[in-house]
Design a protein around this ligand. Structure first.
Ligand code: GAR
Length: 216
Protein backbone atom coordinates (compact mmCIF):
# COMPACT_ATOMS: atom_id res chain seq x y z
CA UNK A 1 0.00 0.00 0.00
CA UNK A 2 1.54 3.29 -1.14
CA UNK A 3 1.04 6.33 1.09
CA UNK A 4 0.51 9.42 -1.02
CA UNK A 5 0.04 13.13 -0.49
CA UNK A 6 -1.82 15.27 -3.02
CA UNK A 7 -1.17 18.98 -3.56
CA UNK A 8 -4.00 21.03 -5.07
CA UNK A 9 -4.95 24.63 -5.75
CA UNK A 10 -8.46 24.51 -7.18
CA UNK A 11 -11.29 22.37 -8.51
CA UNK A 12 -9.66 19.05 -7.73
CA UNK A 13 -11.15 16.91 -10.48
CA UNK A 14 -7.85 15.04 -10.83
CA UNK A 15 -7.84 14.49 -7.07
CA UNK A 16 -11.36 13.10 -7.49
CA UNK A 17 -10.14 10.69 -10.17
CA UNK A 18 -7.54 9.35 -7.73
CA UNK A 19 -10.11 9.07 -4.94
CA UNK A 20 -12.45 7.18 -7.29
CA UNK A 21 -9.65 4.85 -8.37
CA UNK A 22 -8.79 4.06 -4.76
CA UNK A 23 -12.43 3.54 -3.80
CA UNK A 24 -12.93 1.26 -6.79
CA UNK A 25 -9.96 -0.84 -5.64
CA UNK A 26 -7.96 0.00 -8.76
CA UNK A 27 -5.19 1.88 -6.92
CA UNK A 28 -3.28 0.30 -4.04
CA UNK A 29 -2.67 3.61 -2.31
CA UNK A 30 -3.94 5.67 0.59
CA UNK A 31 -4.24 9.44 0.49
CA UNK A 32 -2.63 10.38 3.80
CA UNK A 33 -3.14 14.10 3.31
CA UNK A 34 -4.27 16.68 0.77
CA UNK A 35 -2.58 20.08 0.97
CA UNK A 36 -4.15 23.11 -0.65
CA UNK A 37 -2.45 26.48 -0.98
CA UNK A 38 -5.90 27.98 -1.55
CA UNK A 39 -8.47 27.95 1.28
CA UNK A 40 -11.34 28.23 -1.22
CA UNK A 41 -10.32 25.29 -3.39
CA UNK A 42 -13.26 23.04 -4.24
CA UNK A 43 -10.81 20.16 -3.79
CA UNK A 44 -11.22 20.67 -0.03
CA UNK A 45 -14.95 19.92 -0.31
CA UNK A 46 -14.12 16.66 -2.02
CA UNK A 47 -11.85 15.75 0.90
CA UNK A 48 -14.65 16.38 3.39
CA UNK A 49 -17.06 14.23 1.41
CA UNK A 50 -14.64 11.34 1.34
CA UNK A 51 -13.24 11.83 4.87
CA UNK A 52 -9.75 12.52 3.59
CA UNK A 53 -7.51 14.63 5.85
CA UNK A 54 -6.77 18.01 4.32
CA UNK A 55 -4.63 20.99 5.27
CA UNK A 56 -4.50 24.53 3.98
CA UNK A 57 -1.00 25.99 3.73
CA UNK A 58 -1.09 29.52 2.34
CA UNK A 59 1.99 31.11 0.87
CA UNK A 60 0.94 34.46 2.36
CA UNK A 61 1.36 33.10 5.87
CA UNK A 62 5.08 32.61 5.47
CA UNK A 63 7.90 35.09 5.17
CA UNK A 64 9.63 33.15 2.43
CA UNK A 65 8.91 30.50 -0.18
CA UNK A 66 11.37 28.30 1.65
CA UNK A 67 9.41 28.42 4.89
CA UNK A 68 6.16 27.81 3.01
CA UNK A 69 7.64 24.74 1.38
CA UNK A 70 9.20 23.54 4.62
CA UNK A 71 5.78 23.51 6.22
CA UNK A 72 4.43 21.36 3.40
CA UNK A 73 7.43 19.03 3.65
CA UNK A 74 6.93 18.79 7.40
CA UNK A 75 3.29 17.73 6.97
CA UNK A 76 4.06 15.27 4.18
CA UNK A 77 6.88 13.67 6.18
CA UNK A 78 4.78 13.55 9.33
CA UNK A 79 2.19 11.59 7.34
CA UNK A 80 4.81 9.22 5.96
CA UNK A 81 4.05 10.22 2.38
CA UNK A 82 6.02 8.19 -0.18
CA UNK A 83 4.72 9.82 -3.37
CA UNK A 84 3.67 13.46 -3.80
CA UNK A 85 1.07 14.02 -6.51
CA UNK A 86 0.58 17.52 -7.91
CA UNK A 87 -3.03 17.59 -9.12
CA UNK A 88 -3.65 21.12 -10.34
CA UNK A 89 -1.15 22.61 -7.90
CA UNK A 90 -0.34 25.96 -9.45
CA UNK A 91 3.03 26.71 -7.88
CA UNK A 92 6.58 25.87 -8.84
CA UNK A 93 8.39 23.80 -6.24
CA UNK A 94 12.00 24.62 -5.50
CA UNK A 95 14.87 22.12 -5.62
CA UNK A 96 14.87 22.31 -1.82
CA UNK A 97 11.34 20.82 -1.68
CA UNK A 98 12.17 18.22 -4.33
CA UNK A 99 15.32 17.04 -2.51
CA UNK A 100 13.05 15.69 0.19
CA UNK A 101 11.26 13.38 -2.28
CA UNK A 102 13.79 12.47 -4.97
CA UNK A 103 12.01 11.29 -8.14
CA UNK A 104 8.89 10.96 -6.04
CA UNK A 105 6.91 14.03 -7.06
CA UNK A 106 4.66 13.71 -10.11
CA UNK A 107 2.56 16.28 -11.95
CA UNK A 108 -0.25 16.24 -14.49
CA UNK A 109 0.02 18.86 -17.23
CA UNK A 110 -2.54 19.53 -19.99
CA UNK A 111 -0.21 19.39 -22.99
CA UNK A 112 2.20 17.06 -24.70
CA UNK A 113 5.27 18.45 -22.97
CA UNK A 114 7.62 20.08 -23.89
CA UNK A 115 4.89 21.90 -25.85
CA UNK A 116 2.91 24.52 -23.95
CA UNK A 117 4.63 24.30 -20.59
CA UNK A 118 3.33 26.70 -17.97
CA UNK A 119 -0.06 28.35 -17.69
CA UNK A 120 -3.05 28.22 -20.07
CA UNK A 121 -1.70 25.29 -22.06
CA UNK A 122 -5.06 24.47 -23.65
CA UNK A 123 -5.77 28.06 -24.77
CA UNK A 124 -2.30 28.32 -26.22
CA UNK A 125 -2.79 25.07 -28.17
CA UNK A 126 -6.02 26.46 -29.71
CA UNK A 127 -4.41 29.82 -30.50
CA UNK A 128 -1.33 28.19 -31.97
CA UNK A 129 -3.49 26.12 -34.29
CA UNK A 130 -2.15 22.78 -33.04
CA UNK A 131 -3.94 19.78 -34.50
CA UNK A 132 -2.93 17.36 -31.79
CA UNK A 133 -2.27 18.20 -28.17
CA UNK A 134 -2.91 16.16 -25.04
CA UNK A 135 -1.72 15.66 -21.51
CA UNK A 136 1.34 14.33 -19.73
CA UNK A 137 2.26 12.91 -16.38
CA UNK A 138 5.86 13.68 -15.55
CA UNK A 139 8.33 13.48 -12.72
CA UNK A 140 8.81 16.94 -11.28
CA UNK A 141 12.28 18.44 -11.51
CA UNK A 142 13.44 22.04 -11.19
CA UNK A 143 12.08 22.97 -14.65
CA UNK A 144 8.52 24.19 -15.21
CA UNK A 145 6.44 21.27 -16.49
CA UNK A 146 9.57 19.80 -18.01
CA UNK A 147 10.63 16.75 -16.01
CA UNK A 148 10.93 13.16 -17.27
CA UNK A 149 7.70 11.93 -18.90
CA UNK A 150 5.94 8.83 -17.55
CA UNK A 151 2.94 8.71 -19.90
CA UNK A 152 1.26 10.91 -22.48
CA UNK A 153 -2.15 10.92 -24.14
CA UNK A 154 -2.76 12.53 -27.53
CA UNK A 155 -5.97 14.51 -28.03
CA UNK A 156 -7.09 16.05 -31.34
CA UNK A 157 -7.89 19.75 -31.63
CA UNK A 158 -11.07 20.33 -33.64
CA UNK A 159 -11.71 23.36 -35.88
CA UNK A 160 -14.59 24.51 -33.68
CA UNK A 161 -12.73 24.04 -30.40
CA UNK A 162 -12.60 26.73 -27.76
CA UNK A 163 -10.33 26.67 -24.74
CA UNK A 164 -13.24 25.18 -22.78
CA UNK A 165 -14.18 22.38 -25.17
CA UNK A 166 -10.57 21.38 -25.68
CA UNK A 167 -9.84 21.48 -21.94
CA UNK A 168 -12.78 19.18 -21.33
CA UNK A 169 -11.61 16.67 -23.95
CA UNK A 170 -8.08 16.67 -22.51
CA UNK A 171 -9.37 16.39 -18.94
CA UNK A 172 -11.03 13.04 -19.68
CA UNK A 173 -7.58 11.65 -20.41
CA UNK A 174 -5.99 13.42 -17.43
CA UNK A 175 -8.43 11.52 -15.24
CA UNK A 176 -7.12 8.27 -16.66
CA UNK A 177 -3.38 8.79 -16.94
CA UNK A 178 -2.86 10.29 -13.49
CA UNK A 179 -4.57 7.50 -11.48
CA UNK A 180 -2.85 4.91 -13.68
CA UNK A 181 0.53 6.47 -12.91
CA UNK A 182 -0.16 6.40 -9.18
CA UNK A 183 -0.96 2.71 -9.53
CA UNK A 184 2.26 2.09 -11.49
CA UNK A 185 4.17 3.68 -8.61
CA UNK A 186 2.17 1.63 -6.11
CA UNK A 187 3.17 -1.49 -8.01
CA UNK A 188 6.83 -0.40 -7.97
CA UNK A 189 7.06 -0.53 -11.75
CA UNK A 190 8.40 2.95 -12.52
CA UNK A 191 12.11 3.07 -13.39
CA UNK A 192 13.78 6.43 -13.98
CA UNK A 193 17.06 6.62 -15.83
CA UNK A 194 18.10 10.20 -16.43
CA UNK A 195 15.37 11.75 -18.57
CA UNK A 196 13.87 8.41 -19.56
CA UNK A 197 11.16 6.70 -17.59
CA UNK A 198 10.24 3.09 -18.13
CA UNK A 199 7.14 1.44 -16.73
CA UNK A 200 8.19 -2.17 -16.34
CA UNK A 201 5.91 -4.60 -18.09
CA UNK A 202 3.82 -1.88 -19.74
CA UNK A 203 2.88 -2.13 -23.40
CA UNK A 204 4.45 0.59 -25.50
CA UNK A 205 3.58 1.46 -29.05
CA UNK A 206 -0.10 2.22 -28.76
CA UNK A 207 -2.09 5.39 -29.36
CA UNK A 208 -3.63 7.64 -28.19
CA UNK A 209 -2.02 6.76 -24.86
CA UNK A 210 1.57 5.59 -24.62
CA UNK A 211 2.33 3.43 -22.71
CA UNK A 212 -1.03 1.68 -22.82
CA UNK A 213 -3.26 2.06 -19.78
CA UNK A 214 -4.18 -1.08 -17.89
CA UNK A 215 -6.89 -0.28 -15.40
CA UNK A 216 -8.12 3.15 -16.43
C1 GAR B 1 -5.77 20.37 -14.91
O1 GAR B 1 -6.15 20.56 -16.25
C2 GAR B 1 -4.27 20.19 -14.79
O2 GAR B 1 -3.73 19.47 -15.86
C3 GAR B 1 -3.80 21.64 -14.82
O3 GAR B 1 -4.73 22.30 -14.00
C4 GAR B 1 -5.99 21.64 -14.09
C5 GAR B 1 -6.45 21.31 -12.67
O4 GAR B 1 -7.75 20.78 -12.69
N1 GAR B 1 -2.47 21.75 -14.31
C6 GAR B 1 -1.55 22.58 -14.80
O5 GAR B 1 -1.78 23.37 -15.71
C7 GAR B 1 -0.19 22.51 -14.13
N2 GAR B 1 0.80 23.24 -14.87
P1 GAR B 1 -8.32 20.01 -11.43
O6 GAR B 1 -8.09 20.94 -10.23
O7 GAR B 1 -9.79 19.84 -11.72
O8 GAR B 1 -7.60 18.73 -11.29
Amino acid sequence: MLDIGVLVSGRGSNLQAIIDGIEAGKIDARIKVVISDNPNAYALERCKRHSIPSRVVRREEFKSKREFEEEMVRILKEEGVELVVLAGFMRILSPHFLENFPNRVINIHPSLIPAFQGLNAQRRAVEFGSKITGCSVHIVDESVDGGPVVVQAAVPVLPEDTEETLSERILRFEHRILPQTVQWFAEGRVRIEGRRVLVEGARYGTLPVNPELEKF
